[in-house]
Design a protein around this ligand. Sequence first.
Ligand code: SIN
Length: 311
Amino acid sequence: MSIDLSVNVGSLALHNPLMTASGCSGYGKELAAYDDLSWLSAIVGKSISREPRLGNPYPRTCETPSGMINAIGLPNEGWESYTRNTLPLMRELVRGKPTKIVLNIVGHDLDEYTWVAERANDESDIAAVELNLSCPNVAGGLQFSTTADGCEKLVKAVRKVLKLPLIAKLSPNVTSVADIARAAEAAGADSLSLINTVLGMNVDWRKRKALVANGMGGLSGPAIKPIALRCVYEACKAVKIPVIGIGGICTADDVLDFMVCGASAVQLGTVLFVEPDAPQRIARDLKERMREAKVEKLSSLIGTLRAREGA
Ligand code: SIN
């Protein structure tokens, strides 16, 4: 039985549903040391801003039961260095492979987001732009993702200048994911990705200290998968544009759980810290699971969750 793992996220044709989640594997070089990047359909790089940023003080990460907390603070080299040094390297890494480059961008305000988005149009080999409007670790990081109005304003401003496919990355730290998803769609996003991390905290009571210097941070890993599934399911019910699922995905079964809830593709994040060659295992297992279930086309499973009787 021939198995077809290809999926489409709007105009983005992917040979399999496995992308990296921004911030969890740099810009691809770190993973290439462990595995063939062809197992991934896209590398989503760490957020890039107009100016370089140093990020938050250390420690920036700590472990939690079934997850981790990060308060990295969006450190990056800034647009100029990114296009001069890192993007050319990414192009080399994916040359001849089916793996696409997705640029994740961030800004302090509308002006910075649109400045970067406008320049992305002129760079070859960027398949799509993911808007990080949901970082919980910097002042103002959630200003565009916690109200429908804020989200709509930002997505609209970026849409106006960006010619590439636009993915809006949403936060779970909101009252109604559906409202924010609808706002992003109305403002012109081509697809959504969710969830970014869940606001959390971890402490050492003996030292009377929080375990990341920022105090609070974003929780990721298997601990958040049920929250992510719920958010993806709600977003998929609210919008017509495709949704990319993120949150604690470690196995092929996790991928399939997200896809039956409506996700067209997924991003792998925290799992890459413990198993940088997880994409290969997950892609192989996906084929195995589909063979067992006698499903030829992965895309045929998208959104097939049976609603509870009476729901
Ligand atoms: C960070 O750099 O603090 C994490 C990025 C994010 O959560 O969007």
